[in-house]
Write a protein that binds this ligand. Structure first.
Ligand SMILES: Cc1cc2nc3c(=O)[nH]c(=O)nc-3n(C[C@H](O)[C@H](O)[C@H](O)COP(=O)(O)OP(=O)(O)OC[C@H]3O[C@@H](n4cnc5c(N)ncnc54)[C@H](O)[C@@H]3O)c2cc1C
Length: 437
C-alpha cells in the first residue's frame, strides 16, 4: 500500500519506520527538520543544556568541599553552538536511518486543497494517511506577549539572562528554571495556579526545597503585560527576560476541514488512532495527548499498524515521566485503582526510603541531598499503585518499572531481583521489602 505520513517528528518517524518494515511504499513529508520538536527544539536541547548545568552544579559542590579548585569561564554562546552542531549530527544519522529503512523523505510543507493533499503544487496520492504534525508553543493572550521568548528561541540567546521570568507551572518551566539558575540567572517562576500540580505533594516539596532552592516560585499570579525587560503581574512589576512555558497547541490547522478536532484544536482519534475520516490516522502531540516522545512514538506505531490492517490499541496505563533537574525526578502516571486486573485495593501501604550513596549521589551525602523514593502498594495482592523517585538515573529505572506494571508484575516478583552495586536505584529496595509480605 502507499502510505503517506505528514511530520517527521517522533510520531511520524516511528510510523514511517514501522510501515517500511511492513513492506509498504512510504513517503514522509517534513516541512522543516527531521526529528521534530524532540530533537531540534525540545528534549535534546534540554538534555544538552542540562548536562552543562549539572556539570556546573558538581563543580560548585566539589569546590565547596575543597576537593577541586577551579577557575573556569562559561560561554553560553559556545555551548549553544556546540548543541546545535551535535543536533545537526544526530539529524544526519536520523535521516540516514530513515532512508536506509526504505522511506522516501520529501522536505516541504504539506497542505490540502479541496480535500486533496499537495506538496509544492503537486498532488500526492495515498491509500492511508497519518497526520503527525506535532504542536507549537501556546502564546497566551497577554499584552506584549511577542516580547517574550519560548523554548524555540533558547539556543539563539547570546548569553545567560541576568534575570529570567518563566511564565508556566509544568515540567518545561521547571527544567528551564533549574538550568538557567545553575548557569547563574536569577529565576522567578510565575504560575497562574499551582506549581507542578500533577506531582505527589511530598515530591514537589522536596523538589522546591532542594532542587530549585535558588528559584523563587510565585503561585496564583496573573501576568498582564510583557515588555522586553520585564512583566507586569498581579504582584507588581518584575524585571527580567520573559520565557513563556505555557503549553503546546496542536498543529492541526491543515486538516481542520477534513477531520473532527477538539476544543484545543487536537485531532480527535480513537484508541486505534483513527480520525473521523476513513483512511486518515493521527498520532503524537497533534492529538493533544501526553506530550512526551515515547508516547508519540507508541501512537505512531499504533497508527502504522492499524493503517497496515493490523489491529492494535494504544495503552496509556502506568506511563513513566521524568523531570531533568540536578537529579532526575521520575514518576508513574497513576493506574486506575479500581480497574487494574479487576482487583480490590484494600490494603494500600506507603513505603518511603531516602536515596542511597552511589554513582552520582556520593558527594551529596554530606549535604543530605540524595533524594528519596516513595511507593504505594497493595500489600494483599502485591500490586504497585504509585511510585515516585528522586535519584540520579531514576528516569531509567522508572521506565523498566513501568513495563513491569504494564505486564502486571507484583511486588513478590522482586524476590528474584539481583541488583548491581553500588547503585542509586532505591526502587528495588522498596519492592524487595514488600516482596516479603
Ligand atoms: C522544551 C521541550 C522539552 C521537552 N522534553 C521532553 C523530554 O525530555 N522527554 C519527552 O518525552 N518529551 C519531551 N518533550 C515533548 C516532545 O518533544 C514531544 O512530545 C514530541 O516531540 C512529539 O512528537 P510529534 O512527532 O508528535 O511532534 P513533533 O516532534 O512536534 O513533530 C512534528 C513535525 O511535523 C512537522 N510538520 C508540521 N506541520 C507540517 C506540515 N504541514 N507539513 C510537513 N511537516 C509538518 C514539523 O516540522 C515537525 O517536525 C519536550 C518538549 C519541549 C517543547
Amino acid at each position: 500500500m502507499k502510505m503517506v505520513i505528514i511530520g517527521g517528528g517522533p510520531a511520524g518517524r516511528a510510523a514511517a519506520l514501522e510501515l517500511a518494515r511492513l513492506e509498504n511504499e512510504v513517503i514522509l513529508i517534513e516541512k522543516s527538520d527531521l526529528g521534530g520538536t524532540c530533537l531540534n527544539k525540545g528534549c535534546m536541547v534540554v538534555c544538552g543544556l542540562n548536562d552543562v548545568a549539572r556539570f556546573l552544579n558538581d563543580a560548585t559542590n566539589f569546590q565547596n568541599q575543597e576537593v577541586l579548585k577551579l577557575n573556569y569561564k562559561f560561554s553560553y554562546k559556545n555551548m549553544a553552538h556546540g548543541i546545535k552542531t551535535t543536533l545537526s549530527k544526530i539529524r544526519h544519522i536520523t535521516e540516514k536511518e530513515t532512508l536506509e529503512a526504505g522511506v522516501k523523505i520529501i522536505y516541504a510543507p504539506a497542505y490540502f486543497q479541496k480535500g486533496l493533499l499537495y506538496v509544492e503544487g503537486e498532488p500526492i496520492e495515498y491509500d492511508k494517511l497519518i497526520i503527525a504534525t506535532g504542536g507549537r508553543p501556546f502564546i497566551p493572550p497577554i499584552e506584549g506577549a511577542k516580547n517574550a521568548i519560548t523554548y524555540q528561541d533558547i539556543l539563539n540567546l547570546e548569553e545567560v539572562p541576568e534575570k529570567l521570568l518563566i511564565v508556566g507551572s509544568g515540567i518545561i518551566a521547571t527544567e528551564f528554571a533549574s538550568i538557567f539558575s545553575s548557569m547563574g540567572s536569577e529565576v522567578h517562576i510565575l504560575c497562574r495556579n499551582n506549581f507542578l500540580s500533577n506531582l505527589d505533594q511530598e515530591v514537589k516539596e522536596y523538589v522546591v526545597k532542594n532542587l530549585l532552592k535558588d528559584i523563587k516560585i510565585h503561585e496564583k499570579v496573573d501576568t498582564t503585560k510583557i515588555t522586553r525587560s520585564g512583566a507586569l503581574t498581579s504582584r507588581g512589576q518584575m524585571e527580567g527576560l520573559v520565557l513563556l512555558a505555557t503549553g503546546i497547541v496542536p498543529n492541526s490547522q491543515l486538516v481542520s476541514d477534513l477531520v473532527i478536532t477538539g476544543k484545543r484544536g487536537e485531532i480527535v482519534v480513537n484508541e486505534r488512532m483513527e480520525t473521523s475520516a476513513p483512511g486518515i490516522y493521527a498520532a503524537g502531540d497533534v492529538i493533544g495527548g501526553m506530550g512526551t516522545t515515547p508516547v508519540a512514538r507508541m501512537e505512531g506505531i499504533v497508527a502504522a499498524h492499524n493503517a497496515a490492517g493490523i489491529e492494535k490499541k494504544a495503552n496509556y496505563e502506568h506511563l513513566p515521566y521524568a523531570i531533568s533537574l540536578d537529579y532526575d525526578v521520575a514518576f508513574l502516571s497513576s493506574g486506575k485503582k479500581s480497574s487494574l486486573d479487576g482487583e480490590n485495593y484494600s490494603q494500600m501501604i506507603e513505603g518511603k526510603i531516602p536515596g542511597s550513596a552511589g554513582p552520582g549521589s556520593f558527594w551529596r551525602v554530606l549535604s543530605s541531598n540524595t533524594g528519596f523514593t516513595k511507593t504505594m502498594v497493595d500489600i494483599e495482592t502485591g500490586s504497585i499503585q504509585e511510585l515516585s523517585s528522586i535519584a540520579p538515573g531514576a528516569r531509567y529505572n522508572m521506565a523498566y518499572l513501568s513495563l513491569l506494571m504494564r505486564i502486571h508484575r507484583k511486588t513478590y516478583d522482586f524476590d528474584h531481583f539481583v541488583e548491581t552495586h553500588p547503585s542509586t536505584d532505591s526502587i528495588y529496595k522498596l519492592m524487595r521489602f514488600f516482596a516479603k509480605y
